[in-house]
Structures are given as structure tokens and as C-alpha cells.
Design a binder for this molecule. Structure first.
Ligand SMILES: *Cc1c(COP(=O)(O)O)cnc(C)c1O
Length: 425
């Protein structure tokens, strides 16, 4: 038994059976860790080049106050994002409060009364339902007169291109793809599959906007949605592209006209992209983006290990440890409310901050079910840091993500398994 395992046993009371399974899981994963290293390297080069071709300099790291006129750090950061993610232009702001806000700004800015939006990856992420306006919420797309249609995935859990053909109408303005699984038990959408669907739409209907919710997908594969034809993508800086360092924020990358319209929605007509103080956001956003390929690689290794480890412990997992990945999310079907809570207690115990807290299920803004969340993170709510969550509803899935270092994730997994095992005694 290695020294780490001895310590886990002595300090945290993790039993031998769990530690043996953890060791077995690690050896089974070695080969897959190597593949991850391959994409880390290519993505690191891509980000480095984006910094270099945009001449990022020391003074760009400083922020601005007030109106933020002439904030070249802010403007250059947006150029770096556009280069990295393969779009014409980007909007990257601390004033974008979350991933939901980034997506909302993209949708509300680009869809007018009478326009139609089709979501082709089934029901979108929980917080987006209120942006769409499933109950006609004030200020939502539906409230504003946008028509919303939804296309479930096929029985094989793929995008239903034949179904889309039927659904597109002369009013269709935007087709929406959610890459990551959110709180669903379905495979995430690989870039190759996105590409096929987007190419179909763009060939038949070049005027239709293809928008991708890119949350948790950044730097997992080596191609980005914009590089394979998407017109607009959006995501959160307290997930992958912030590298665990960005203090807050969201981004949109894509076609210049679409970004400009989103910016008008974010700030105001007549202001758009030109105004907005960056305070002390720039330094953390630049350095976080630079670190992101590495950090995403660590999180991915942790996700692969979690898949094998919890499979060995007898739980259904999605994806399997040896499947191709397009996001950092690992779902584990623990099967009961009590086990979801125990899993989260274990992850919380392994956190650098607030490790003595005991997470409890609660209602959160934007969500319809009670949700449990674990994470003692440096940036509040950051899910590129080690964290686990899930809505309390059958079949009781935990969604694990993040971790700034693989070693930390390993410890977290051991403690999560140990907490679940306590229930079985
Ligand atoms: C995290 C996430 C979002 C946005 O969530 P925020 O908490 O608002 O950042 C949107 N879509 C998906 C698929 C996500 O995973």
C-alpha cells in the first residue's frame, strides 16, 4: 500500500477495499490519461499562439474603472478569445454574471418578435428554461414573442437531422445546440456530431444562426464549435476557460454582427461593446485562459478515474472511462437521495475551503428542483474546481466535475466513496 493510501486511511478512515479499488481503477486508466495529454498540448499551443498574435503585454493585465473607455486590456482579451475559439469577435466580460447570462444575452440579443428558435438537443439546461420562458416568465424569449420549438434526441441519443428537416420553417432564425449533458442522463454531443448537424443546417439554410451552449466543453477536444461552422458560442469563465483563476464572467464568441447585437443586449443601444470597466478582472481572465488547457486536462483525468472507480464500486456511470469525451462532466447514478448527499459530503470533506460544511439539498435561483452542491472553492460556485452536484430527483444522478489537480480529485473520490460506504454499514 503506498504512502498516500496509508495516509488516506489514517487521516480520513478510508477502508482498504476502497483503496484497492482506487488503485485498480488508476491502473486501468493509464492509457486514457495519455490521450488526454495529447489534447492538452495542442490546446496549450493554440492558446499560446492567440496570446502572441494579439501582442498581449504586461499593461493589458491591468483593469479600468468607471466607463472603462479605452480599456485595451479588455479589448485585447476579447481578441484573444476570438482567436482561441475561432470566431470573428468575442464579448468577454466580468459583467456577464454566469453561463446562463452569457447564453441569455446571445439569444435575447439576436431573436426578435416572431422569430423562431429550435433547440435540437432535447430539453435545455435547467436555468435556460426560464430564459426561454416555459411559463412565460417576464423578459423571457416567449414573453418577447419568440417562438420556441424543441427536438428530442433520437433513440440512439443522436441529433435528429431528419426530424429537424421537418421542423424548420420560414420563421426559423436560430438552431440551438447544447453540447454538455447538463443534469440529464445522456451522452454529451461530440464535435464530430455537432459538425454534421451544423453543416446540414448551413448548407440548406445559410441564413439560420447555429448557436452552441459550450459550457464545460472548452479544451476537451481540439476543435471548437466555431471552427466547425457554429455562428455563436457561449460559456462561463468560472468553468473551463477561466482555468480556476478568473474571478467571474462569461463569454460569447462568433460572428461579428451577432456579437454586436449581444453586446447591445448586455449594455445598451448606442453603447454595445465600447464601454464596461474591467476592475481587476483582466489579469485573472488572461492567466486563467492560459492555464485552462492544463487544468481541463487534470479535470478530465479525474473524470475518467471517477468513471472507472465508481463502475468498480458497482454504480452505473456516464460516460464510461474508455469513451471519447467532449466535456468534463462525469455522471454517477448513485440511486438515492441519501447517497447523493453522502457523495457530496465526501467531496466537501476533501475541499481546501469549508471542508467542515455539510451540504444539504436546497432550492436555488433558476432551478425548479431541490439541488445539492458540494464545493469548497476559491471562486464561489466555481465548477472547474472540484465540485459535485445534482437535482434531487430519480434516478438520483450525481454530476462530478472539475478539480485543479488530479491528485486532489483522487483524494475527493476516495472520500466520496467512503461516505457512501458509511450508509451501508
Ligand atoms: C453550467 C451550465 C450552464 C450555465 O450555468 P451557470 O451556472 O449559469 O453558469 C448552461 N448550460 C450548461 C449545459 C451548463 O452545464
Amino acid at each position: 500500500m503506498s504512502l498516500l493510501y496509508e495516509q488516506l486511511k489514517n487521516i480520513y478512515n478510508v477502508d482498504d477495499d476502497i483503496l484497492l479499488k482506487l488503485r485498480e481503477a488508476i491502473s486501468a486508466c493509464e492509457e486514457h490519461f495519455k490521450n488526454i495529454q495529447h489534447s492538452v498540448e495542442l490546446n496549450q499551443l493554440k492558446v499560446l499562439r492567440a496570446f502572441q498574435i494579439n501582442n498581449v503585454s504586461d499593461y493589458h493585465l491591468n483593469g479600468s474603472t468607471g466607463y472603462g473607455y479605452g480599456d485595451s486590456g479588455r479589448d485585447t482579451l476579447e481578441e484573444v478569445y476570438a482567436s482561441t475559439f475561432g470566431g470573428e469577435k468575442a464579448l468577454v466580460r466580468a459583467q456577464i454574471v454566469s453561463g446562463t447570462h452569457a447564453i441569455a444575452v446571445g439569444l435575447l440579443g439576436n431573436l426578435d418578435h416572431g422569430d423562431e428558435m429550435i433547440c435540437v438537443t432535447g430539453t435545455p439546461y435547467d436555468t435556460l428554461l426560464k430564459v426561454i420562458g416555459m411559463h412565460n416568465e417576464y423578459g423571457s424569449l416567449k414573453y418577447n414573442g419568440v417562438i420556441y420549438k424543441e427536438l428530442p434526441l433520437t433513440r440512439e441519443q443522436k441529433i435528429d437531422i431528419a426530424g429537424l428537416k421537418q421542423l424548420i420553417s420560414p420563421r426559423t432564425k436560430l438552431v440551438y445546440f447544447q453540447r454538455s449533458k447538463g443534469y440529464q442522463w445522456r451522452p454529451s454531443i461530440m464535435i464530430s456530431e455537432l459538425k454534421e448537424a451544423i453543416q446540414y443546417v448551413k448548407q440548406q439554410y445559410p441564413h439560420i444562426i447555429c448557436m452552441v451552449d459550450n459550457c464545460y466543453g472548452e479544451f476537451v477536444e481540439t476543435q471548437t464549435p466555431c471552427e466547425i461552422g457554429a455562428d455563436l458560442t457561449a460559456g462561463s469563465l468560472i468553468k473551463n476557460p477561466g482555468g480556476g483563476l478568473a474571478l467571474s464572467g462569461g463569454y460569447l464568441v462568433g460572428r461579428v454582427d451577432l456579437i454586436e447585437r449581444a453586446a447591445v443586449r448586455l449594455s445598451s443601444p448606442g453603447i454595445g461593446l465600447d464601454v464596461g470597466a474591467s476592475f481587476n478582472f483582466n489579469r485573472s481572465a488572461y492567466q486563467g485562459l492560459f492555464m485552462s488547457p492544463l487544468v481541463v486536462g487534470e479535470a478530465l483525468k479525474g473524470a475518467v478515474l471517477a468513471a472507472k472507480f465508481f463502475q468498480l464500486l458497482g454504480y452505473p456511470v456516464l460516460p464510461q472511462y474508455n469513451e471519447k469525451r467532449t466535456d468534463i462532466i462525469q455522471a454517477v447514478q448513485v440511486g438515492s437521495r441519501e447517497k447523493m448527499v453522502a457523495f457530496c459530503h465526501g467531496i466537501q470533506k476533501a475541499c481546501p475551503l469549508d471542508s467542515v460544511f455539510l451540504p444539504e439539498p436546497a432550492l436555488l435561483p433558476g432551478y425548479d428542483n431541490e439541488v445539492i452542491m458540494a464545493g469548497g472553492t476559491f471562486i464561489q460556485g466555481s465548477s472547474i474546481e472540484l465540485s459535485a452536484d445534482g437535482p434531487i430527483r430519480p434516478p438520483f444522478n450525481i454530476y462530478l466535475q472539475g478539480g485543479l489537480s488530479f491528485s486532489h480529485i483522487k483524494i475527493g473520490l476516495a472520500l466520496a466513496a467512503a461516505e457512501i460506504k458509511k450508509l451501508e454499514r
